[in-house]
Design a protein around this ligand. Structure first.
Ligand SMILES: [Zn+2]
Length: 359
């Protein structure tokens, strides 16, 4: 094709879209916003100010990203079967590491002119099309057991808090090691209350079943499980592989849903799909199918994207927001009702976040 023809076609298409007619504008109107409840984009495989996150968010219509710093990443390593604790932080180390990570995230947000989501109005502005970041932490380890330290983190912009990850914590038990607290500790229960009182979204991903039950007992706002998958049985530290340990039981998923909460499905892709997780490397279609399946199982109001981009290493079905956009397009090809696709793609996270945040 002659370059002039190509340009001319583009101009005609653009004109059609500006006039609000023609196939291009119909496509643009169909582009559902995307929200991600769990992303490490730019933190591990991409690095620093040139990660491209902001550009990709804008290019792909990603309006909300829970950008998860990893509170304990200095003290964990990949073991043979999963991730394990590799060291013991000295007093003050976790708090300092948190501040350092948060500062670098905030400088990126400022440089790229992304919106920081602090209030319900910010969520609305993002859903209307303004790309926004929810400052989030994977692990409450930076509190070093002091619930009062939440005030400072909130003041710095933290709005979404996952309680536990991979290092031993005074907050409660997590799925990948033998339990020692019988669920949530007293500190963990007070932390649920403090998050509700201040307006932070509580994220129970990685927690044990009893910890989920106890958090639901004290919670005054809906809460979430941001990432992993749902199986008939929940995972246990005795399971052979990390991805099995990280399963949420269908019973707990339904219980979180019954309280208005949301489950984020991760974008894990396995070199050999199986053992209940049928999503292979780069397989956005299978990821879309699992999203639809989970919506069937627990209700379309309670499923969201929790990609874990860069958190799953090379084992991904999605590793960019272009891939996530493809996943949403597969849901459209599967002819799911648009109201269902919207809920999965962004509206459920927006709703539960607004329910948790202060006005
Ligand atoms: Zn995780």
């Amino acid at each position: 094709m002659h370059p002039y023809d190509m340009n001319r076609r583009r101009v005609l298409k653009l004109a059609a879209s500006l006039l609000g007619a023609g196939p291009l504008s119909a496509l643009a109107q169909q582009r559902v916003p995307i929200a991600d409840m769990h992303s490490h984009y730019g933190m591990f495989s991409r690095r620093g100010q040139d990660s491209g996150l902001a550009q990709e968010m804008r290019d792909q219509g990603v309006v909300l990203v829970a950008w998860k710093l990893v509170a304990d990443s200095r003290w964990i390593r990949a073991g043979n079967l999963g991730i394990e604790q590799s060291g013991e932080p000295a007093p003050g180390d976790l708090a300092a590491y948190f501040r350092q990570q948060l500062d670098s995230m905030k400088s990126y947000i400022a440089a790229q002119k992304l919106r920081t989501v602090l209030t319900r109005a910010d969520v609305d502005a993002c859903v209307a099309g303004d790309a926004g970041i929810v400052l989030a932490s994977e692990g409450a380890d930076f509190l070093e057991g002091k619930v009062d330290a939440l005030d400072a983190a909130y003041a710095q912009g933290l709005r979404h808090l996952q309680f536990v990850h991979y290092i031993r914590t005074p907050v409660g038990d997590f799925q990948t090691v033998p339990p020692v607290h019988n669920g949530l500790s007293e500190t963990g229960k007070r932390l649920v209350e403090a998050c509700n009182a201040k307006g932070l979204l509580v994220d129970l991903a990685h927690s044990t079943g009893p910890a989920v039950d106890q958090a639901l007992d004290v919670a005054k706002a809906p809460l979430i499980w941001s990432h992993s998958w749902v199986d008939a049985e929940g995972g246990s530290w005795r399971d052979r592989y990390g991805f099995l340990q990280r399963r949420l039981s269908l019973e707990h998923a339904k219980k979180i849903a019954a309280r208005g909460g949301v489950i984020g499905l991760w974008g894990l892709g396995l070199p050999r799909p199986g053992l209940g997780w049928p999503v292979g490397l780069g397989d956005t279609r299978a990821y879309a199918r699992e999203l639809a399946k989970l919506a069937d199982a627990i209700g379309a109001d309670h499923v969201a994207l929790g990609t874990d981009i860069e958190g799953v290493g090379n084992n991904w079905s999605v590793n960019s927001y272009g891939h996530v956009r493809n996943t949403i397009e597969h849901l459209q090809e599967m002819k799911l009702p648009s109201a269902v696709i919207e809920r999965l793609a962004y509206a459920n996270y927006a709703r539960v976040l607004k329910a948790a945040l202060a006005a």
